[in-house]
Design a protein. Structure first.
Length: 151
């Protein structure tokens, strides 16, 4: 077991997503359920991502974009670039998740079910993300059809 499940207070954290494609959009949509305070940097950014209440920097990533960042999602489609950004972030001790390389992740995003203040987060230590999503969906269904009581 390499990963400790914890919940992090992010309301005033400096969060950066590098990348503006399918995966970055997906991560940002989940993030937007928890905060309005994040920055996106990428030369091409989807319309769905631009519609979120985040700070958009439509440009190529530079090392200076990491200044002051506390939590980083590296989500470009370029494996080498992702690796390079992770190295820059490590020098700066920034907690980083790399979308295409679980072994490089300092943290991993679980599949989340949220009901008021109750959060159920399902993870597989990065081994089988489809299983995490499947189990989260089953729990959600059991709660929503009344089979699993949470009150
Ligand atoms: C749960 C969720 C949370 C979130 O993202 O916030 C999440 N991935 C989600 C979606 C999703 N991921 C993938 C597909 C396409 C599946 C398909 O092919 O059909 C979809 C579905 C979609 O996009 O709809 C594929 C995929 N995922 C990773 C890789 C790279 C690799 O493993 O090498 C590849 C393969 C790329 C490839 O090979 O092409 C990596 C990671 N994905 C994780 C989390 C972490 C492990 C969590 C755990 O411990 O289980 C980890 C390790 C790192 C991280 O990202 O934190 C979120 C669901 C949110 C929700 O439903 O609410
Ligand atoms: N972690 C996950 O949940 C998950 C899920 C599915 C896929 N993936 C992996 O994620 C990766 C990204 O996939 P995608 O579909 O989002 O790719 P994509 O091609 O849709 O998007 C790539 C993004 O990277 C940006 N980019 C490229 N060069 C850049 C630079 N120099 N600076 C800043 N941004 C730059 C582009 O502008 C674009 O917005 C793939 O390797 C895929 O295997 C991860």
């Amino acid at each position: 077991m390499d990963y400790l499940p914890i919940t992090i207070k992010i309301v005033s954290a400096n969060i950066l997503i590098v990348g503006g494609g399918k995966v970055a959009t997906h991560k940002a949509q989940i993030l937007a359920r928890f905060t309005t305070h994040a920055t996106i940097v990428a030369p091409e950014i989807t319309e769905e991502l631009k519609a979120l209440p985040f700070h958009i920097k439509e440009k190529t990533f530079e090392a200076a974009d990491l200044d002051g960042v506390q939590l980083l999602f590296v989500c470009t489609g370029d494996h080498e670039l992702n690796h390079h950004i992770k190295e820059l972030a490590a020098e700066r001790h920034i907690l980083t998740s790399v979308c295409d390389d679980p072994a490089q992740c300092d943290f991993i995003s679980p599949a989340i079910y949220r009901n008021d203040n109750l959060t159920i987060a399902v993870g597989s230590d990065s081994r089988d993300v489809k299983r995490s999503i499947r189990v989260r969906n089953r729990i959600k269904e059991l709660i929503e059809n009344g089979t699993l009581q949470i009150d």
